[in-house]
Design a protein around this ligand. Structure first.
Ligand code: VG1
Ligand code: CO
Length: 566
């Protein structure tokens, strides 16, 4: 039967000035994507045009996301525009569902040139929430600054976009769909794949599934509670933790992906993962975890809701890598942590004689280190950790690492953490987020702070708060020279390091969508085990007081405190 080729249209458009992707893609209020004419189309065109025309025909792009509101519309447009722009093949998660780590995994596995992830990560979804588009490159990691700059440049002068409005696909049907187009690019192929399978196969090769299964089902089993927060992780948790590893079905909560995440923030921390925290406080469960909407962040809780700080979690993973077959086989190269992440990792690295790379915030810097073979394990204070099995942070991977450690050490979460502190000392840590600030006010606070702390007399200055005296050892605006390619990244946060190894860091978020977020991070080190039982905020109170005084953030914004503390 003769099939009429699908028409390709060129539609005139007017460029937008603000389509510069942040550290994790272009994130905006959903309403911006929904109501501004061709806002989505313009960005997708710029993104596709950043791939050289010669490379498009033979190439594959992976597409998926966390299932939030507007994802289906976005995927339909991406399919129609990828076809019209000469992309050879799209591989899409069934019903558009793929976690961020799964996209990274598939891109690498099938040697795609990149992936498009529809998500605004831990931010709320729905018509009144946020939407976002992340772009990952061929290594499976987030686009480098060079790529995002190129996309931004194209978007600023865009005059038209190409689209096949009549091309329709069935997102629910796993398998291949081929299309003849009315242009020189043909045929165009779409493959809908199971959302979990490829990623599950990768995990099978990294871990001892039998050991985890015995922990969850054997005579000394621990009961676990896992909160998918109505994001993308529901299907992964059910299939991997329940079906494959034997956790009972009722271990998993909030496992149906919802377009608005049930109206909640899909953000795994003590403020937002309340269902998990409540369940854990009951004392019945020995291990709890929650994920963000796109599955790259995780939070670990022990019995009775014992909280594992993410920087500690990273250090504990590092200290126990021999429990994981993958690391036993591959050996351990370097560790990586983002600059604001606590220095707990450095203590472990020192004892293992392994180098630590300190990088700016954002996974793309780790991806470069991993590609060059310098780094095997990386993490951030913002509830992210991962290894070189992919090029994104990976929430479920971190959970399986923890379960492997528990199985090997035959200890509970809290005991593992306390033993770690006794051996290496405790890094008290907290982060204050001031969200939705007036951008200019935030900019001026940072500008004035930079002038203050980089002024010569600041070094050596002493601050007395109560009985504590803090003496400034070093203060600067953090910049990073990539050891792989020499790229210099400036203005990555203001840091004050005191002589007792305490640190205060101020940073503007690069991942938000509305307003500006200013983050203040505070850290102090305590070696003495008899002092490991304090509340972080009590220990860090003097540092916070210094941070507030230096920045004058409350006076200058009218705020009385941060929006969220983690
Ligand atoms: C935040 C976190 C950072 C993380 C980024 C993306 O960035 O602090 O550590 O890599 O989000 O996470 P920022 O610039 O707002 O501090 V996710 O889960 O969006 O992909
Ligand atoms: Co995320």
């Amino acid at each position: 039967m003769e099939v009429t080729p699908i028409p390709v249209l060129t539609v005139p458009t007017v460029p937008y000035e603000d389509q510069k992707p942040g550290g994790s893609g272009l994130r905006r209020a959903t309403a911006v994507f929904e109501s501004r004419r061709h806002y989505l189309q313009n960005f997708v065109q710029s993104l596709l045009a950043s791939v050289d025309l010669r490379d498009r025909q033979g190439c594959t792009v992976v597409v998926g996301g966390d299932g939030r509101y507007f994802s289906r519309t976005a995927i339909e447009v991406i399919v129609q525009m990828a076809a019209a722009n000469g992309i050879g093949r799209l591989v899409i998660g069934q019903n558009g569902i793929l976690s961020t780590p799964a996209v990274s995994c598939i891109v690498r596995k099938i040697k795609a040139i990149g992936g498009i992830i529809l998500t605004a990560s831990h931010n709320p979804g729905g018509p009144g929430g946020e939407f976002g588009i992340k772009f990952n490159i061929a290594n499976g990691g987030p686009a480098t600054d060079a790529v995002t700059d190129k996309i931004h440049q194209i978007s600023r002068t865009l005059e038209d976009f190409a689209i096949c409005p009549d091309l329709r696909i069935d997102l629910s049907r796993v398998g291949r769909q081929d299309f003849d187009l009315e242009n020189k690019f043909k045929p165009f192929r779409v493959e809908i794949v199971d959302s979990v399978e490829v990623y599950l196969n990768l995990l099978r090769g990294l871990f001892d599934f039998n050991a985890i299964k015995s922990l969850l089902t054997g005579p000394d089993q621990i009961k676990i509670k896992i909160d998918a927060m109505h994001g993308v992780m529901g299907p992964y948790v059910r299939r991997i933790l329940c079906d494959e590893l034997g956790a009972p079905a009722n271990s998993a909560i909030n496992c149906v992906p919802l377009e608005d995440f049930g109206g909640q923030h899909p953000d795994p921390n003590l403020t937002y993962a309340t269902a998990l925290l409540e369940a854990m406080k009951g004392g019945e469960y020995g291990f709890g975890a929650a994920f963000d909407a796109d599955g790259d962040r995780y939070m670990i809780l022990g019995q009775n809701g014992f909280f594992v700080n993410p920087s500690d979690s990273l250090a504990i993973i590092a200290a126990n890598l021999s429990c994981i077959p993958y690391f036993r086989h591959m050996g351990m190269r370097g560790f990586g942590r983002s600059m604001p992440t606590s220095m707990a990792l450095d203590k472990v690295a020192k004892s293992l004689k392994i180098p630590v790379y300190e990088t700016p915030t954002g996974w793309r810097f780790f991806a470069n280190l991993m590609d060059s073979g310098r780094c095997s394990l990386c993490g951030e204070e913002s509830f992210g950790a991962g290894s070189d099995h992919i090029r994104e942070k990976d929430g479920l991977w971190a959970v399986l690492v923890w379960l492997s450690i528990i199985a090997a050490r035959k200890q509970g979460v809290e005991d593992i953490v306390r033993d770690h502190w006794t051996k290496f000392g405790r890094h008290y840590y907290c982060r204050f987020d001031y969200e939705d600030l007036e951008p200019r006010a935030a900019f001026f606070i940072m500008r004035d702070l930079e002038a203050l702390i980089t002024d010569k007399p600041f070094k050596g200055q002493q601050f007395a708060v109560g009985n504590n005296v803090y003496s400034v050892e070093k203060a600067d605006s953090y910049e990073y020279v990539d050891p792989v390619d020499g790229t210099v990244t400036k203005k990555q946060g203001l840091r004050i390091i005191f002589s007792n190894a305490s640190r205060i860091i101020f940073r503007l978020s690069a991942s938000g969508s509305t307003g500006t977020i200013l983050r203040i991070y505070a850290e102090s080190y305590e070696k003495d085990p008899s002092k490991h039982n304090k509340e972080p905020q009590a220990v860090l109170g003097p540092l916070i007081a210094i941070a507030l005084k230096l920045s004058q953030i409350h006076e200058r914004t009218g705020r009385k405190g941060p929006t969220v503390i983690t």
